[in-house]
Every structure is written in C-alpha cells, then in structure tokens.
Design a protein around this ligand. Structure first.
Ligand SMILES: *Cc1c(COP(=O)(O)O)cnc(C)c1O
Length: 393
C-alpha cells in the first residue's frame, strides 16, 4: 500500500511492538495526529500572528501560553521551541562560544553537541567515564583543572547528558553542576532522553540551560524540541536584533537572533502542543515504565551468556545488551546467520532492532503496556530456547 506515489504506508507502530531506542518516546498521540492534519500547511500557525510578530506571542492557537507551560514543565524561567535538541545546543553554543574557547562534553556525549561546538570553533575536551560507564563529579572536577592548566582559563560551557544515548545510564547532573558552578561554568542539561518521559526539574539539577527533543521524547513530529533557560542567561541566548540596514534603514523589532526570528511554524509546533497535556501526565508514570523495562531486562539476563552493558538495576527504559555469548553464538551456525535473531523477532511482531545485530544492541521499552512488556520478555526467552540456549526460570 502507498501513501502517495512511491511512498510506502508506514505502519510499524500499528502492526508491531516497536523497541527502536530513538522512536518510542516520539510517537504521536492521537491528538497530535488530528492537530497536524489541520496545521499541515506551511506557516499555518501564523494565521493570527499580530504585533510584535513573533512566534511566542501568538495567542490563537495559544502558543504564548504553551511557551510559559514549557518553561514551568522543566522548572526554568523562559523557554523557546527549537527544531530539535541539536538546534538548542547550537543556539547556546552560538551565544556563548567564540573561536578557541575550551568547551567540556563527556565521553558519552551525543555527536550533535560536538557539531554545535565545532561550528563555533570551540575546542572540545571530554570528561572521561568510569569503568562502569558513568560520568561522575570527581572526573568533572579533574578535567576542569586540566583545562585550566592547558588553556589558562576554565571551560566556557559544559554539556551534560542526564541519560546518555549509548547505555541509558544516569549521570549525576546535580553534583557535576555544583562542581561546574564553583568555576562559574554554565551547564547545558541535555534532556533528549528525559524531558517528556520523566519529570525534570532544571533548577534543582543546577541547569543553566535545559534542552529537550520533541521528536525523541515529547510525542511530537520532527524536527521539534525546546530550549529553556534562566532569566540570567535568557538575555544572551534570546538576544533580539539591533541591526539597522544601510539603504532602507529597516529595523526588525523583537526578532531573536539565535532563533532566526521564528522556529516552528506549523505541524511541529502544533503537534508538540497537542501532545503536551498527555506528556505532562505521562511523566508521572515513569516508575511503571521502569518496571516494564526491568521485566524485559530480567528475561534477557535469564538467557545464558547474555550480559547487560547498562547499569543495573535500570534507571531508564533504554538498555544496551551484549548477546555475543548467546544469540551471536547461535548466529555462527544458523542458516540465516546474524539475521536469524531480528527475523525471529519480526515473526513475533517485534520491530526496531538493527537487522543482523546479534552482538551488542540497544532497545527501549518506553510506552509499552504491561502485557506488551510481558510478551516481549517471553519472546526473547522463546527465541533463545528454540535455538538451543539455556534459559533460567
Ligand atoms: C537524540 C539525541 C540528541 C539529538 O536530538 P534531536 O532532537 O534529534 O536534535 C541529542 N542528544 C542525545 C543524548 C540524544 O539522544
């Protein structure tokens, strides 16, 4: 079946249990689906845009209120919508970094942080991880001291992922922020895997900037996201234009340079807004989400030879497993080779794992019902048993 022309219908989430780490938190709510049909046209939210002509002042639909709600959702002072978490990083990097400035990230940072810094000519330094793949405050303090020795000044900014994309491990943002603030280093809290799926209190965490991803964790269309900050930093990051053109003498009011005036002007914003009431509710159910994830992790651990590479017990629904000693052993002699595993999962209606992966892979149980989690857990056990692996009860 086709949507149009050569474009296939996409029904992954209707026909399967999807465990793709990057997709599960971004799936639209029914309300978002309805809203985006109505607002699909370009610049659709601009119908009622009036003076002073900026996105966050629009009253119909209530874009203005949504901006205030977003800020309070993460307990910060001011928020803006941005086209993806990466554009939030970029806006902060553009405002704070000049060429040659040292900037701290971590050994588990996302590549988009690197690009944001690189784009400004910042010099990247990484806080190393522990053997358990955790970023700790002591390592941050040590790295800051190293940077001071190397550059004669502390880093200009610290990017910190609360939960990293590789292991879904939790990193002690509060303690690391405390250390950073002792050196007056502002902290950018990367909540790509938190904002919209669990409660985030930016101020309590010591964040100067909170960045979230709409399409990863807020049930919104891509590209969408948010950048929130304190009153103190807002002036710099959301600075308005002061330009006056030479020939026509034009000025441009309150347009924000870092936001390129306006950011999300149609489906993305309206999708985010329509999902937001659901998102605000769902973060309260994080403990249940963790319990479901743990069920699946326990099932995988019951398969002899399987190792969970993420911290244990799990604090996130994204988990990295190493099945080199189990499913990959089967792959060595199976007629389908490495594809036996994902194809067995597909037969059971489970999608979202990279085809052919049998050694190290990731999955995310976010958004499942209890019975889906149980089904997934038993599916892993079944596939193991069927292929001659020992499964503990
Ligand atoms: C996915 C991800 C990003 C990028 O988010 P976008 O909204 O797609 O820009 C950044 N950081 C982390 C840790 C991520 O997992």
């Amino acid at each position: 079946m086709k949507c149009a022309g050569t474009i296939d219908v996409r029904d992954v989430d209707e026909s399967c249990i999807n465990i793709d780490p990057i997709q599960v938190g971004g799936r639209l709510t029914a309300d978002a689906m309805k809203a985006i049909i109505a607002y699909g046209d370009g610049y659709s939210v601009c119908d009622q845009c009036r003076k002073p002509f900026r996105l966050d002042y629009i009253k119909t639909p209530p874009v203005d209120i949504f901006h205030r709600d977003l800020a309070s959702f993460v307990n910060m002072d001011i928020a803006r919508v941005v086209p993806g978490a990466r554009r939030g990083f970029q806006a902060v990097a553009d405002a704070l970094i000049t060429k040659g400035d040292p900037v701290l990230i971590t050994a588990l940072s996302h590549y988009t942080e690197v690009l944001a810094i690189e784009g400004r000519g910042g010099v990247i330094r990484e806080i190393p991880k522990t053997e358990q793949n955790i970023i700790i405050a002591d390592a941050a303090a040590l790295k800051i001291e190293e940077v001071i020795k190397e550059f004669g000044r502390p880093p200009i900014l610290l990017f910190l992922d609360h939960f990293d994309y590789q292991y879904g491990n939790c990193h002690d943002v509060r303690e690391i922020s405390k250390v950073a603030h002792q050196y007056d280093i502002p902290v950018l809290y990367n909540g790509a895997y938190t904002v919209g799926i669990m409660g985030v209190d930016g101020k309590a965490l010591g964040a100067d900037f909170v960045v979230g991803s709409g399409h990863k964790s807020m049930a919104a269309p891509a590209p969408s996201g948010m950048l929130a900050t304190t009153a103190e930093w807002a002036e710099r990051v959301f600075r308005t234009t002061a330009a006056k053109t030479d020939v026509t003498g034009r000025t441009f009011g309150v347009k924000e340079i870092g936001m390129m005036g306006c950011t999300l002007m149609g489906v993305t914003l309206v999708g985010m807004m329509a999902s937001f009431p659901h998102v605000r509710e769902r973060v309260k159910r994080w403990e249940q989400e963790l319990a479901n994830g743990q069920k699946v992790v326990d099932a995988l651990l019951s398969v002899e030879g399987t190792i969970v590479r993420s911290e244990h017990p799990r604090k996130h629904t994204l988990t990295r497993v190493d099945t080199s000693g189990s499913f990959d052993r089967v792959a060595q002699t199976h007629k389908k080779r490495g594809f036996f595993f994902t194809s067995a999962l597909k037969e059971k209606g489970i999608a979202g794992i990279i085809p052919g992966a049998t050694k190290v892979w990731k999955f995310n149980t976010y958004g499942m019902t209890d019975s889906q989690a149980e089904y997934l857990a038993s599916a892993f056990r079944d596939i193991a048993r069927k292929n001659g692996l020992t499964v503990a009860d």
